[in-house]
Write a protein that binds this ligand. Sequence first.
Ligand code: ADP
Ligand code: MG
Length: 682
Amino acid sequence: MPTGFAGEESPDLWPRLPGTPRPELVEQDVASLSGVGPALSRKLAKLGLGTLRDLLEHRPHRYEPAVPERRIADLFAEEEAAIAGVVRSVSLRRPRRNLAILNARIADESGEIAAVWFNQAWLEEKLKPGTHVRLRGQLKRGGFQVRSYDLNGVAATADFAPVYPASEEVTPKRLRGLVARVLPLARDLPDPLPAGLKAHEALPLRSDALVALHQPHSLAEGEAARRRLAFDELLVLQVGLARARAGRETDRAHALGAPGELTTRYRELLPFELTPDQEHAIAEIDRDLEREAPMQRLLQGDVGSGKTVVALYGLLRAIESGLRGALMAPTETLAEQHFLTIEPLCAELGVPVALLTRSVKSDIAEAGIVVGTHALIQEGVDLGELGVAVIDEQHRFGVEQRRALTEGRAPHVLHMTATPIPRTLALTLYGDLAVTEIAKPPASRKPIVTSWVTAERSSEAYRRLRKHLDDGRQAYVVCPLIEESETSQARAAEAEAGRLRRAELSDYKVGLLHGRLRPAERRELMAQFKAGELDVLVATTVIEVGVDVPNATIMIVQEADRFGLAQLHQLRGRVGRGAEQSYCLLISRAREELTDNAQARLQALVDSTDGFELAEKDLELRGEGQLLGTRQSGLSDLRFVHWRTDRPLLERARTAAEELVDYEGPLADEVERFFGERELAA
Ligand code: ADP
Ligand code: MG
């Protein structure tokens, strides 16, 4: 591996470009395009397309397969084909508002035809008589309807037309038009890679990669382009992580010495023996806390594997050294749940705990441990001398945010995550942390038995559920997933709870938990369920994380085929938290009505309770699509990375990043941009 590319200037950076890139051009709002008004801007914004750069970087999720090329005289109706010819004349009609019909006479040596574009008036000036074009489309009444085109006569778009992630409001075709218009600006985006690195990695120029991404001459060229852009993303990410690591090298924390009396009492207070994995985690944490270098450790373990017990140990280590502990969770529900779990234990130990969220502002002055949401690191909150901070399910890219917790003497930080992620992804996201895994749950816990039943047998499922209730256990019923909005989801859940109260669960006390409840209502409901005042909790996915009621031993998930694998696994983790055998019943439509993918998801859950195994399976089934279950980890922000195959690319980016930590220029700007935006988004 040759070194030193970081320092090289980049003479070949823009070999074909007169003048310098003008990044300000690509940062313009999409509304700066003529023909893009406020309405379309809003629709594009919903797709995450706010600037011209967003359009440039909108990745096609596939390409149309190539079609045969025909002479114009040989075209026959309805067959999709490509033609090549010269523009003879062009005309534009606007028969009514919102409709522009662009007509061009195209000729080749065999004949002439009218090519038709709808609502692409801006193309008129590009279709000057004499222009060579290559068009892909279909012969219909009225002419050759163009699906995609290339105006230089080079075989490109017309064959491998990009198909973009679109929405009902903005069609892929519309997007194709918009992207084609901004594509000339590809050269105005600075190339973050130092020239030497590009040469060494044999990667194309970024601008060429963008052009090839949207208008490849072959599928292989499109893939090579994607890989170059994925390399950029991975490099930016790895440089950011390397910087975070380097930045912390000078940080100093309080060295906490050996465990003391308080943590000894804590261990005695626990009604169970710690598992070997928990002991191992604690030993690693103890070793970290002895040092002045701040701990940066990730505690990874499936739901219910006993991470919180370990985290509290860490917090108490701070208290016994005369310092404070803080636990930060991503949502109010989760913060409240942590508070409810920790507070009684701490009360017995004589350690005051305070809760601090947007809606609950308790006095933290006397508290030894403060539990909260982002509110914890807001301006004006004085956490005092923080010894240990635990960050649960942290949005991984909030690097600056994590810094905010660490003004002055840095605390030791323990990150917790219950989102099992495949190894490649873990390496990507947690490259700057030491990792401890709790692999085996407490032995007292029996693996959850999962069954998959179809809707016509749902009465049987409810009979099983009532049996548990009659034995004094509690249960969850998860409502069907409704995508539209939190409000419609809540409304549907209300209707479903009402139905169950009248029918299957008429003899039981049923509570309803959804996202539209006020925090106080939600708290009250959770407390009631925990206290056994409710038999069943009918809930939306808001119970996905943080709910811990060991007496709940059965869960029914309705229309389970609509959920993602990771999400179902998280949901299922709400049961099986006590010593009793627990059950999860997944109800779906008839098998024949399900897609292969949905069947595979449900079967995977029946077959395994191992989160890591399921995460790998999820990745396999989902391909490079949006990684839903990992939304909060920021993974979905990496648009070009293909998780199943890019492991070698990741390794290369990691190696390169080591040398580029201090590299200035466009790469540094990209790192700022990426991590800076995450901060704003959080
Ligand atoms: P996680 O945070 O990983 O989801 P928790 O620490 O909340 O897991 O533990 C889940 C449940 O298991 C809690 O009810 C907890 O009291 C219990 N638990 C934790 N460790 C053990 C253990 N070693 N033996 C028995 N039960 C345990
Ligand atoms: Mg927990």
